[in-house]
Design a protein around this ligand. Structure first.
Ligand SMILES: Nc1ncnc2c1ncn2[C@@H]1O[C@H](COP(=O)(O)OP(=O)(O)OP(=O)(O)O)[C@@H](O)[C@H]1O
Ligand SMILES: CC(C)(CO)[C@@H](O)C(=O)NCCC(=O)O
Length: 427
């Protein structure tokens, strides 16, 4: 991806150097995620300007003696294999100046007699980072742009991010079943315990009992990396979006062995299996005298997506059952708000649980860890501020249609590179 693309993209008016206030990173096995706050031009609440509607909600009367800055929380991702694009983006947008450099500047200006700070180019800047890549790429960040990564634990960030989003963002959680998307109102006093299933390259399953109270209780290596890796080998597609696009159009019946294939078109109703239930994923390929190239790539992609989603859904249900958990929240970029993936996960959970355990999804599915890393310094009080807003939380601007036929054609459409309005405390 061209790192300069965002300069001309839909966020160009929001992302200008000098407007970035705080940045955090989550560098995983497949994707590097960025969360950063950009200030609005008319951003200060509590000054004479009094431009912001937030003033009316009483937020500026907080116990803190800091102005409240209105702006946007931005979400962006890069493939980890193209980590240099991510670095170039950070550099070209001067995102890293939203790290500690500004704070150092302010401190030095306030400190009479202090020398002028060095130019940004010669200053080491520290930014919060989580995920395995915070370790793997630490030297690269330092060598290229003198950025020092302040490492936060991946699981801590994942849980902190999920808890924060579920507790504070309006319309964050939703159910998806039979083409129906339904937002779920989360009562933060009745959120815990729940099972967090993060479907990244691999899959982590975490029992969450409160803020900072969690245990990783299960996991599986058959996850998003498996879908992307096997899909690439089997369909020869060049990008994840291409693979996802194929899966929209495919029909798994061409590849999977169904109950009806075994039972001569009949249901096996005695044990509750309809003729269309998959009896064996990819099983049809054994009984036909065909090579891989004789199958349509879209059918292979569909079957693969279904196999992996079903498997994760079933393990999730069993894990929830094992710990008596009624709610399962799915996150991770594997999902990509793909209706078919969400539907398959929900059906897999529901098939055995009969509604006892509920499958839910998060709007910011792939950014849980990055949001957690962003929150970890909490020097800007985003959490405190949003929590104090009570009902008047800033609405999420991430409304979109989940039409089954909708194909995510463009970067930025269904891919999570978005932003929401919010406010932070000024330094
Ligand atoms: N544009 C994309 N490029 C590559 N993979 C994508 C893309 N969009 C979604 N994915 C899927 O998302 C997965 C990565 O999800 P996520 O970013 O949540 O995990 P990660 O942090 O990279 O992995 P881990 O936590 O295991 O280190 C990929 O393996 C792939 O299945
Ligand atoms: C190794 C991590 C934690 C890295 O994010 C993730 O990819 C994962 O949870 N993998 C699954 C490993 C397992 O539990 O089998």
């Amino acid at each position: 991806m061209d790192p300069r693309r965002a300069e001309t993209g839909k966020n160009s008016d929001q992302i200008q150097s000098g407007h970035v206030y705080h940045l955090a990173l989550d560098i995983g096995g497949s994707l590097a995620k960025l969360v950063y706050f950009t200030k609005n031009d008319e951003h200060i609440v509590g000054s004479e300007k009094k431009k912001s509607p937030m003033k009316a909600s009483g937020i500026s009367n907080s116990s803190r003696n800091s102005p409240v800055l209105n702006g946007r929380l931005n979400f962006k991702k890069f493939e980890t294999s193209k980590i240099n694009d991510c670095l170039e983006f950070i550099n070209s947008m001067k995102l890293h100046l939203g790290g500690v450099y500004k704070i150092v500047m302010i401190a030095m200006v306030m400190n009479a007699g202090c020398q002028q700070p060095e130019s940004p180019g010669s200053q080491t800047i520290t930014i919060k980072a989580t995920g395995g890549g915070a370790y793997k790429y630490a030297d690269l960040f330092k060598e290229k742009f003198r950025i020092s990564l302040d490492k936060e634990d991946e699981m801590d960030c994942l849980v902190a991010g999920a808890n924060f989003l579920l507790e504070t963002i309006h319309q964050e959680a939703f159910t998806y079943m039979g083409n129906q998307k339904q937002f779920v109102w989360i009562d933060k006093n009745d959120l815990y315990p729940y099972l967090l299933v993060n479907i990244g390259s691999g899959v982590g399953m975490i029992k969450v009992e409160g803020d900072g109270k969690f245990e990783r209780v299960s996991g599986t290596s058959i996850g998003g990396g498996t879908f992307w890796g096997l899909g690439k080998l089997l369909t020869k597609c060049k990008s994840f979006d291409e693979l996802l696009d194929l899966s929209y159009r495919g029909n798994n019946r061409a590849v999977d062995m169904l109950v009806g294939d075994i039972y001569g078109g009949m249901d096996y109703s005695k044990i509750g299996l309809s003729s269309t239930t998959i009896a064996s994923s990819f099983g049809r390929a054994i009984s036909e005298n065909k090579e891989r190239d004789d199958y349509k790539p879209e059918d292979i992609a569909r079957s693969l997506l279904r196999m992996i989603s079903n498997n994760i859904g079933q393990i999730s249900y069993l894990t929830a059952l094992r710990f008596g958990l009624k709610r399962i929240f799915f996150g991770g970029f594997f999902i990509r708000r793909h209706p078919f993936t969400m539907d398959t996960l929900s059906v897999a959970v529901n098939f055995w649980s009969k509604g006892e355990a509920k499958a839910m999804f998060l709007q910011h599915e792939g950014f849980l860890g990055a949001v957690g890393a962003f929150m970890s310094s909490d020097k800007h009080g985003l959490k405190e501020l949003l929590a104090n807003q009570k009902v008047e939380r800033p609405p999420s601007k991430l409304s979109f249609s989940l039409d089954q036929t909708q194909v995510p054609q463009q970067d930025g459409e269904l891919n999570g590179d978005e932003s929401i309005e919010c406010s932070v405390y000024g330094a």
